[in-house]
Ligand binder design. Structure first.
Ligand code: C5P
Length: 220
């Protein structure tokens, strides 16, 4: 009998506060990540979702952890990573964060002096460094151009098995849009185009695709 597949999904943006009321973030709404969690749970996978602030109800049959910053997301995923068979990193993690968080609201005139930035941890890359060969690691790459080349670079750099590359900055695809069109890049196979299609439909197609990639040992 096939063993239960344990799937860890990340979704949404992260917020990197520089004072109690202001933060650096991006336009991600979590729509694609939530659709993937719903599709994974619907396919019978034991699904855990770690999400940044997103505007959707928690998916049914899914354990959900709400986080805000990249640091919190890193910790939440790191704690659960070794237990999962599939990691789908659909979150739009903020690439930078303020070096310090002021205890009180920063005055407008002081911002330039106060808001010094540093990179956030690359969660997927760090998890890729401690991955097991039987785990399937899926990353997303939102690009404005050189979609395939950038996707391939991230596939290698982050030790993923799959990068789902999609175009951002054009109407009808990417952040917050109802539809998406993607290129699925793997280490050995030919690039596979999916969509344009509603994100829910695309999520079902992607989960079916990942399902065929999970190693035979995993299912034995
Ligand atoms: O931002 P970037 O294009 O490098 O994102 C590619 C993949 O890496 C995505 O799956 C994203 O969730 C992940 N990522 C991450 N930690 C970061 C930045 C991106 O895990 N700090």
């Amino acid at each position: 009998m096939a063993s239960l597949i344990r799937c860890l999904v990340s979704a949404g943006p992260t917020r990197e506060y520089f004072d109690p009321v202001r933060f650096i973030s991006n336009p991600s709404t979590g729509r694609m990540g939530f659709a993937l969690a719903r599709a994974a749970a619907a396919t019978g996978w034991e699904t855990t979702l770690v999400t940044g602030p997103a505007g959707f109800d928690d998916p049914p049959e899914t354990q959900v952890f709400h986080v805000e910053s990249a640091e919190e997301m890193h910790r939440a995923l790191g704690l659960r990573f070794s237990e999962c068979d599939v990691l789908i990193m659909a979150a739009a993690v903020s690439d930078c964060r303020p070096r310090r968080r002021a205890p009180g609201k920063v005055k407008k005139g002081d911002m330039e002096m106060c808001v010094e930035l540093e990179p956030t941890p690359d969660i997927l890359k760090t998890l890729g460094e401690r991955r097991r060969p039987d785990q399937l690691l899926v990353g997303f790459a939102a690009e404005t151009d050189r979609l395939e080349a950038e996707g391939r670079r991230k596939l290698m750099e982050k030790r993923c098995d799959v990068i789902v590359a999609n175009r951002v900055g054009v109407p009808g695809s990417g952040f917050g849009a109802a539809d998406n069109a993607v290129i699925v890049l793997t280490r050995s196979g030919a690039p596979q185009r999916m969509g344009p299609a509603p994100k829910d439909e695309l999520a079902r197609q992607l989960i079916a695709c990942f399902s065929t990639m999970i190693s035979k040992e995993q299912r034995a």
